[in-house]
Design a protein around this ligand. Structure first.
Ligand SMILES: [Zn+2]
Ligand SMILES: [Zn+2]
Length: 335
């Protein structure tokens, strides 16, 4: 049993458990075990044979049992049961996602805003995973609590980016921003600044419970801005703790597809936003996707294998996901 396949099963279990408020702790335990597996990639078959699955950090008897079943049969009856209970059974048309072909992450944070690592540490972490590029997308100024970047600090950051790029050979650092989508759909930085950046992730962070028609107009305006490349965590939800924005998804996704704006599958286990259902709708409407960790520390890059199941379940082919494209094929990069 490939550790990354097991990561996705444990992670999906964590996701499905999160839909039940009573299961939040168990959900977190499954997500945490998935994260450990994603980071350490242990030899599961050998551990199973020696009856040592519980030696993996965060794997107690319950999770070990799920893993054992998975290793023995290639399937998890527990996952199948949860899928059935939550009305999300397996489908015939799942896609195949080869994470070995993952080229780079488009959404990450550094200690310039609320990240917990320096740009150099993040770059080294990405390089260690074989990434060819990393989008450095710290927060925009409105988010004061996280020390969001205004144009002046962005300029200063771009100088550091040049330095780090020299130090970490073979990794392209994309100068970007996670720009806040304001209540009226305007963005939290002027177009003159955004158009200079390689990658603009526009995300809703506050006032997520706006009335649906206002939220629809807000999102439509954001996806219509020609400088926006990706909509970050499109609803802002946190399953089990915060309901996300509700809007006319069909209209917004259709407009995103028309404008070539990608929708993000944010692989942070606390977000997992989109949902498989919304991802499938977006796929049918012609959208492209970004499969990002939204990492705030190098270890969080391992969220990508934890979120990949969602793209697979939604049937999204790899050629519709930006992160599988080589750097030269990322057309949004400022020339
Ligand atoms: Zn965000
Ligand atoms: Zn972010």
């Amino acid at each position: 049993m490939d550790a990354i396949a097991a990561v996705q099963v444990l992670s999906e279990i964590g996701y499905l458990l999160r839909q039940n408020p009573k299961e939040v702790y168990r959900a977190r335990a499954f997500s945490a075990a998935a994260w450990t597996l994603a980071l350490e990639r242990p030899n599961l078959d050998a551990l199973f044979k020696d009856n040592k699955l519980t030696s993996i950090d965060g794997v107690g008897e319950g999770i070990a049992k799920v893993l054992a079943g998975l290793i023995e049969s290639g399937q998890s009856t527990y996952l199948e049961r949860l899928r059935a209970e939550t009305g999300q059974p397996a489908r015939e048309d799942e896609s195949v996602i080869d994470l070995g072909a993952y080229q780079g992450d488009l959404h990450s944070h550094t200690d310039w805003s609320d990240g917990r690592a320096t740009m150099l540490e993040m770059a080294r972490g990405a390089k260690a995973l074989g990434y060819k590029y990393l989008g450095v997308t710290d927060h925009s100024p409105r988010i004061k609590v996280v020390n969001g970047l205004d144009s002046e600090r962005l300029l200063a950051q771009s100088r550091e980016r040049e330095q780090v790029e020299k130090e970490v050979e073979g990794l392209a650092l994309l100068q970007g921003i996670e720009v806040d989508i304001l209540e009226d759909g305007a963005l939290d930085l002027p177009d003159a600044v955004l158009e200079l950046l390689d990658v603009v992730v526009a995300s809703p962070h506050v006032k997520l419970r706006q009335e649906s028609s206002a939220m629809t107009e807000r999102m439509l305006r954001a996806v219509s801005n020609p400088n926006v490349d990706v909509i970050g965590h499109p609803t802002g939800r946190r399953p089990g703790s915060r309901e996300g924005a509700s809007y006319d998804f069909e209209r917004v996704f259709r407009e995103a597809a028309r404008n070539g704006v990608a929708l993000e599958i944010d692989c942070d286990p606390a977000r997992m936003d989109l949902s498989p259902e919304h991802a499938r709708l977006a796929l049918e409407l012609g959208c492209t996707f970004a499969l990002d960790a939204d990492a705030h520390a190098p270890a969080e890059f391992a969220y990508v294998p934890m979120g990949a199941w969602m793209a697979r379940r939604a049937g999204i082919p790899m050629d519709r996901i930006l992160n599988f494209k080589p750097l030269e094929a990322l057309t949004m990069i400022a020339k």
